[in-house]
Design a protein around this ligand. Sequence first.
Ligand SMILES: *Cc1c(COP(=O)(O)O)cnc(C)c1O
Length: 366
Amino acid sequence: MQFIDLAAQYKHLKTRIDDRVQTVLDHGKYIMGPEVAELESQLADYVGVKHAVTCANGTDALQLCMMVLDIKEGDAVFCPTFTFFASAEVIAFANATPVFVDSDAQTFNICPEDLEKRILAVIEEGKLTPKAIMAVDLFGLPANYPEIQKIADKYGLKLIEDAAQGFGGEINGQRAGSFGDIATTSFFPAKPLGCYGDGGAVFTNNDEYAALLKSFRVHGKGCDKYDNVRIGMNSRLDTIQAAILLEKLAVFPEELVNRNKAASLYDAKLSDKYATPKVPEGFLSSWAQYTLLDDDRDVVMAEYKAKGVPTMIYYGTCMHQQTAFNHLGYQMGDFPVAEQLADHVFSLPMHPYLTEECITMSLSNS
Ligand SMILES: *Cc1c(COP(=O)(O)O)cnc(C)c1O
C-alpha cells in the first residue's frame, strides 16, 4: 500500500498525459508556451477568481504575495504555528516578522480567537506594524474565512490564503483559492492537484495584483521583456508541467469525490477508536491528508507498519519550535493546542485511487 499512489493515477491518465506532453515536445515552447495560458484560464474558472498566475512552486507563490503586498521589515504577518515551514519562511524571507497563532483543536486550522489576541498584543507592544494574516487550509480543509475576514477588516489587515493543501476545498460552495485578498496553491506532486515536478499558482480578483505578479515572476519585467521596472524573480511554471496539470485538472472533480469517499470510509471505521477529522457544516475538504490523533501514536504507527500500511506525521514540529525561529523567543506552552497536535497527530494513506477493499483490509485487526 502506498501513502500517496501517484503511479495509480498516472496509469489511469497515461495516454492523455503522454499525448499532452508530446504536444509540448513537438511545438518546443518550453517556457511560457500556450499550455500555461490555457491552464491559467482553466484554474481561474475552477477556483472562481478573475486571475490565476502560475509560478515555479508553492513557496514562490507565497513569496510573490509578500512582494505584491509590499511586506517588509517591521511588518507583522500572523500565521498558524502548526503548518508547513514555507508559510512562515516566506514572511521571514521578506524580512518581516512572523507572529504565530495557535490552532483550533477541532479543525487544526488557525484559531480566530487566538488570532485576535495576538493582533492586539502586537498593537499593544507597538514595535511591529500589523500588516497581513496568512491563513492555511491545512490538510485540505479551508480555514475559517468568514471569521478571519471579519478580523482582517476590523484591524485593516490584508488576508492571504495559503491553499497549497486546500485546492478543491469549499466553504458554502465558494472554492479554496478565492478567499481573502490573494491566495496561493502548490502543484508539488503530493498535493491534491499535483504535477510531475514543482509548480504553483497565485489567485486574485485584483487586477493590479495580477499585473504585478506577472511582472515579478519574470525578473520584474515592464511592457518590454528587456525593460525591467522592478526587482523580481525567475519563477515560471514549465510548459510541460502545465500540460500535465491540464489533464489532471480535467479529472480533479472526480478525484475529489473519491477522496471524500475514502475519508467517509475511514470515518465510519475509525470514529469509535479515534477523534476523526472534523469538517464543519458547509465546508468541504480536499483531503490533502487524513489525520488522526492518538496519545500513543508511536505504538499505533508501528501496528500499521506491521500490516504494510504506511503512516506519516504532519507535523511533528510547530513553527515556534523550529531552530530557525528560536530568535523570536517563543516558549513551550505558548501554543497549547498546536503543541498537543504536534505531539499526537499521524496521517493515514490518502489519495483518489484508494479502493474500499484497500481501506477495509488496511484497517482490519489481524
Ligand atoms: C507544500 C506547501 C507549501 C509550499 O509548496 P511548494 O510547492 O512545496 O513550494 C506552502 N504551504 C503549505 C501549507 C504547504 O503544504
